[in-house]
Design a protein around this ligand. Structure first.
Ligand code: ASP
Length: 590
């Protein structure tokens, strides 16, 4: 009987099995050789005794072998409780070496202390890294979620359709696209999709009113810790439905994921928070609501103190805002002085002039150095009561002329400090962020740009503001946030060509350019376009957060590094300039 190494169970005792796998650990005990044989389901111990042990002695780590042998129970004192197959072993009768292995560049082990490989090395030898149980579990978890989602959409009568990968260079999300030169039409380019956005709208115009796809998207964004230039979206679109319907559908999907896979209680429907309130209270449009920690304005209180540097900002019409954290400071806190000093640095790198932090002890505010607390202590009680602070709490606050920047930086610190303290009201906290502004106003040039993408319909009530107060117009856009991560976003689309042209014009794309770039979408809207709504879940991040992990790269088979390199194959690589010239007529000095 052929079985996986991880599938050995007591039922097989006395039976002959065939195992194929990787020789993970080899122990030579004189006359006996023990091999821990691994495959994606687990590890079984194989024992080689007698003549066959001589051949087994020649095995090296990660050799691929086939073993036939008899299953038996181990001596009870050698049971391995850490391994589900740990009471059993296979007494080998035959051994075939399928393939030899060089000594791997790092030890493939589940023991955290022994696993020292850097992420770069792991990514270069990803096929070895993926042999580790932790990685297998991540990949299997992702597979489970994807399968469940596919089934969910099939069951709800969605068509699984594929949009193209080589597409026109358009403005889909505001990031830069990756470009692909055409060989047959010299000097022209395809672009890789930043999302299937326009195509899913075209699918609705076609009347295929329920679409979904597990789609790859490509965005040449500024490099950030948690971004990948290519990532996967669970993408869908429906005709004749509104935002309530889409949110309901997503919640039903999440409900299923929680009942079938995560097996945790979850409250439905998810709370809704409007964008303005999210920024006001949490400094972020993706607030982590596993903890409360709200931003409070303390301009009036600080104005009465002797804290002169901050008071100067207030005199120049700046404001002072802060957050109180239940940090248990000075007791068993994960937050200490050094960490708080690193937060001061972080506030500065994020654009604030400084950050003050106080701790509460004996019902009074304190600071390091104490002079700061001295300068505000006469209003200390007011501050304590404003924040409802108690002993062990840490209050951070800062002043700035730019109130938006102030809230955003406090929002970022809130997330870092909140995560560090690690006291969560619940394991998973979903929230819908709604009523986004349709446009963002560029801080530097004051121009309008779409807050998400230029295809989102304005809120009906706000249509009247489009001409004179466009910055006040809300978009029919909604994001799903989980534990402070944006895990999905969707919108009701514009289904009227004139309105679409107008919105593009408002963001600086004149009609001529609009027609050149988006003509194929705008044309389609003239031929009977249904009301249409859609959503996309960022699958990589969604699965990572559901597994309570930070690093989305651990859920992608062959991810790029933070600097968007691909260690597994060394890409991006230089291309011979002669080839570029001959094949693509691209005259680029490389
Ligand atoms: N295309 C959007 C995005 O990638 C999602 C959507 O609105 O359907 O963010």
């Amino acid at each position: 009987m052929e079985i996986y190494c991880g599938d050995l169970i007591p039922d097989f005792i006395g039976k002959e099995v065939t195992l194929r796998g990787w020789a993970r650990y080899i122990r030579d005990h004189g006359g006996k050789v023990f091999v821990d044989l691994a495959d994606r389901k687990g590890i079984s111990q194989v024992v080689f005794e007698g003549d066959i042990s001589e051949t087994a002695k020649s095995l090296g780590r990660e050799y691929v072998i086939m073993v036939k042998g008899l299953v038996r129970q181990r001596e009870s004192e050698t049971f391995d409780s850490s391994n589900p197959t740990g009471t059993l072993e296979v007494l080998a009768k035959s051994l075939e070496i399928i393939s030899r292995s060089e000594t791997p560049p790092f030890e493939i082990t589940e023991e955290k202390e022994k696993f020292l490989a850097s992420e770069d090395l792991r990514l270069k030898y990803r096929y070895l890294d993926l042999r580790r149980k932790e990685m297998i579990e991540n990949i299997e978890f992702r597979d489970k979620i994807t399968k469940l989602a596919r089934k969910f959409f099939w069951d709800n009568d969605f068509l699984e359709l594929e949009t193209p990968t080589l597409i026109k260079d358009t403005y889909e999300t505001g990031a830069r696209p990756f470009l692909v030169p055409s060989r047959t039409k010299k000097g022209t380019f395809y672009s890789l999709p930043q999302s299937p956005q326009i195509y899913k709208q075209l699918i609705m115009v076609a009347g295929l009113d329920r679409y979904f796809q597990v789609a790859r998207a490509f965005r040449d964004e500024d490099q950030r810790e948690d971004r990948q230039p290519e990532f996967t979206q669970l993408d869908f679109e429906v005709s004749f439905k509104d935002e309530e319907y889409i949110r309901g559908l997503v919640e039903t999907l999440v409900k299923k994921i929680f009942s079938d896979i995560i097996r945790e209680e979850m409250e439905f429907p998810f709370p809704k928070l409007d964008y303005k309130e999210a920024i006001e209270r949490y400094g972020s449009d993706k607030p982590d609501l596993r903890y409360d920690y709200e931003i409070k304005d303390i301009t009036d209180i600080i104005a009465k103190t002797d804290y002169n540097i901050v008071k100067r900002v207030i005199e120049n019409k700046g404001s002072v805002k802060g957050i109180n954290f239940k940090a248990n400071y000075g007791k068993d806190s994960k937050v200490d002085k050094d960490f708080m000093l690193s937060m001061v640095d972080k506030a500065k790198t994020e654009g604030l002039k400084g950050l003050t932090w106080l701790f509460i002890e004996g019902g009074e505010i304190h600071s390091i150095p104490g002079s700061i607390a001295d300068s505000i202590n006469k209003n200390g009680k007011e501050i304590i009561s404003k924040f409802n602070a108690e002993d062990g709490d840490i209050i951070i606050f800062a002043a700035d002329l730019d109130e938006q920047l102030l809230k955003e930086v406090l929002g970022k610190l809130r997330k870092i400090i909140g995560d560090k303290i690690g006291k969560f009201k619940q394991k998973f906290s979903f929230v819908w962020i709604v009523d986004f502004p349709l446009f963002e106003v560029d801080r530097v040039n004051g121009k309008l740009k779409p807050a998400h993408n230029p295809f989102t319909a304005p809120t009906i009530d706000d249509m009247k503001l489009l001409d004179n107060e466009p910055e006040k117009v809300r978009g029919r856009q909604f994001d799903l946030v989980l534990n402070g991560n944006e895990v999905g976003g969707g919108a009701i689309r514009i289904n009227n060509s004139e309105l679409q042209l107008k919105i593009l014009e408002m963001i600086g794309i004149e009609n001529k350019e609009a027609m050149e770039t988006f003509g194929f979408l705008i044309e389609s809207l003239k031929y009977g376009a249904p009301e249409d709504a859609g959503f996309a879940v960022g699958l990589d991040r969604f699965v990572a957060v559901l597994k309570e992990k930070q690093n989305i790269r651990d859920f992608i088979l062959f991810p790029k590094t933070r600097s968007f390199d691909s260690p597994i194959d060394g890409s991006p690589t230089k291309i011979d300039s002669k080839r570029l010239l001959d094949d693509y007529k691209l005259d680029i000095a490389v």
